[in-house]
Write a protein of this length. Structure first.
Length: 122
């Protein structure tokens, strides 16, 4: 799954005592590995780890150079509602890997993912 996240964050720099707030964007690829449990014929829950790769991000915000890990490990958990060939899912996810370099505090470090799936095997 590829997504583009638009996040508003506060960038703080250790020895520079920089405290600026600015918009920046990140382009990531996320590969979740989910295990599911069927609760009812039409409802299941699933969860597991996800591998994230940061493809692109703003390296300079208000004159402060940012540094992020390119690879990170996260998590996903959620539910799936199966309606025959169509399904609706909702997941909650976040990142578990700490960032190196400057501290970047995101106002929304976790996210909610909602989507529709098409089951071609029915």
């Amino acid at each position: 799954m590829a997504n583009v996240s638009f996040l508003r964050g506060t960038v703080t720099g250790g020895t520079d005592n920089v405290n600026e707030s600015d918009d920046f964007n990140m382009s990531t690829i996320e590969v979740p590995v989910l295990v599911g449990l069927q609760l009812l014929p039409f409802l299941s829950i699933e969860g597991g780890p996800s591998w994230n790769y940061l493809m692109d991000y703003s390296e300079n915000v208000n004159g402060v150079n940012l540094s992020f890990n390119r690879h990170s490990v996260g998590y996903r958990a959620g539910a799936v509602l199966d309606l025959g060939t169509l399904g609706i899912f909702g997941h909650y996810g976040g990142i578990l890997t700490n960032n190196e370099g400057r501290q970047v505090e995101l106002q929304r470090p976790s996210r909610i993912i909602v989507g529709v799936k098409l089951n071609l095997s029915n």
